[in-house]
Design a protein around this ligand. Structure first.
Ligand SMILES: [Zn+2]
Length: 469
């Protein structure tokens, strides 16, 4: 019996204990040891003058490239072939001569991106699927993980919350068994100060219970995927439900934000919602400020914005933080719009400003029970034998999962995909897996992860911020 199954059949109070235990471990790892000193350093970097920020970014970029050339097999080979000496690279403009790196390139040569001696560094293994089902498994140093959390807390601190603030967290993972048909649709992680609300039970019949629980526990801070909070907000507005307290902050993550979602959420919660853009790979970050502008966290990773030709820019990243797994000019698959040149922000922070993060419209899968479910790319999180994947739904009773297999793909992978899908969608829906040579793309060549041909399946935006809690 696997641990998820064991969790699913446990009583709710045991599940709360298990989540709290897990939360305590995470807390120790993320915020123990060198974290407090690192946090002070990261918070102080928010106040650097423009030339100090530029100097810091240049130094970190130079160090990253040098280390990659000396100790990362993939880059050792690449730089030799190109005749490039990484020691000459001192600022972002110097990167232009290097090729861009696609996610599928990384998957194909995965081990060659691990730095020599990586297993000797304090690290954890990270699994990510991106938004296209291309799975990566890689080491992340403890220091990189801690620095990323410090950058995220720096952003959250702008809105009056810190690591001791209780919050309602609306997200997708399987914290409440999918078959469960009555409240509670939430669980508690006490050390992490989280009330975890299930994203898999958000249908109209259950939504009133979500609002009641928020009013009962009154968490000062609400956080979640825009696609989930907008479902709740839409319900509240439609049914005349309100919170009987005022949250101090509403923050959004893991997906970028559609204007109509923003409108619904702000109307329902009576407060401006805030967003940031992060990456599971810890290669870059963009955070909103008090004045409502999006600032590139220049101290954390090098983001390049390369013109697409239609006014938008593609985001390419070189991370500074993770010494165990370095990605240089890595294509994140997301686009941004930039403001008119010379635009400054009244908050006075140095570094570049982004006008908006342009995600992609992504559909939901609708279960036979009527629940709309997004973020299914998690299914492919630890599967390195899948090149790309896509979910197609033409009927509410079934889905088709299209898989572009890698050479080592096997029947066992197929069983795993079905199992992981069942955990999220429940036992009723039909699942068929189809192996294909390539996937259907949109007119602009972008891959849509979920394609829905049924009412209620359309319209959520993804692409930005794959960070998770
Ligand atoms: Zn600002």
């Amino acid at each position: 019996m696997n641990s998820q199954r064991l969790y699913d059949i446990s009583p709710v109070w045991v599940q709360n204990q298990l989540l709290s235990l897990y939360g305590a471990n995470l807390k120790r790892r993320r915020y123990g040891g060198a974290y407090p000193a690192l946090e002070r350093e990261v918070f102080a970097r928010d106040k650097l003058a423009p030339e100090e920020t530029r100097d810091l970014a240049g130094q970190r970029l130079h160090r990253t490239l040098k280390l990659a050339q000396e100790q990362v097999p993939y880059y050792r080979r690449l730089f030799r072939e190109l005749g490039v000496d990484a020691r000459d690279i001192r600022q972002v403009e110097d990167l232009a001569g290097l090729p861009r790196l696609r996610r599928t390139d990384v998957q194909e040569h995965l081990q060659d991106f691990y730095i020599d001696g990586w297993s000797g560094l304090p690290h954890s293994m990270v699994k990510t699927s991106g938004t296209t089902g291309t799975g990566l498994v890689f080491p992340m140093t403890l220091r990189a993980e801690q620095e990323q959390w410090a950058v995220w807390w720096r952003y959250r601190g702008r809105f009056g919350v810190d690591r001791n603030t209780w919050y309602a967290h609306f997200y997708g993972r399987g914290i409440v068994p999918v078959e469960q048909g009555r409240p509670p649709f939430w669980r508690i992680n006490r050390p992490g100060r989280q009330i975890l609300f299930s994203g898999y039970h958000m249908k109209d019949a259950f939504m009133g219970a979500y609002v009641d629980e928020l009013n009962r526990r009154r968490p000062p801070w609400i956080q979640g995927y825009p696609s989930l909070l907008s479902l709740l907000a839409g319900y509240m507005i439609e049914h005349g439900r309100t919170l009987d307290y005022q949250p101090i902050a509403v923050t959004l993550g893991a997906e970028s934000l559609l204007p109509q979602q923003k409108g619904l959420i702000e109307k329902a919660f009576g407060i401006r919602c805030r967003q940031h853009y992060g990456t599971t790979e810890a290669v870059g970050n963009i955070s909103e400020c008090e004045a409502g502008r999006l600032h590139v966290d220049e101290d954390f990773g090098c983001l390049e914005f390369l013109p697409n030709g239609d006014g938008t820019h593609r985001v390419v990243a070189t991370g500074y933080a993770n010494d165990a797994f370095m990605l240089i000019r890595y294509e994140l698959g997301d686009d941004v719009s930039l403001p008119v040149e010379g635009t400054a922000c009244s908050c006075g922070r140095s570094g570049r400003i982004v006008e908006k993060i342009d995600g992609r419209i992504e559909d939901y899968v609708v279960t036979p029970g009527g629940v709309r479910i997004g973020r299914l790319d998690h299914i492919f999180k630890d599967m390195t034998s899948v090149r790309e994947a896509q979910i197609f739904q033409a009927d509410v009773s079934a889905i088709e999962i299209r898989v572009v297999p890698a050479a080592e793909y096997s029947d066992e992978d197929e069983r795993q995909i079905i199992h992981a899908t069942r955990q999220r969608l429940g036992p009723e829906i039909g699942i068929c897996i189809k192996r294909v040579a390539e996937l259907e793309r949109s007119r602009t060549g972008k891959l849509r992860f979920v394609i829905s041909r049924i009412p209620g399946g359309h319209g959520r935006l993804v692409g930005a911020d794959r960070s998770t809690d």
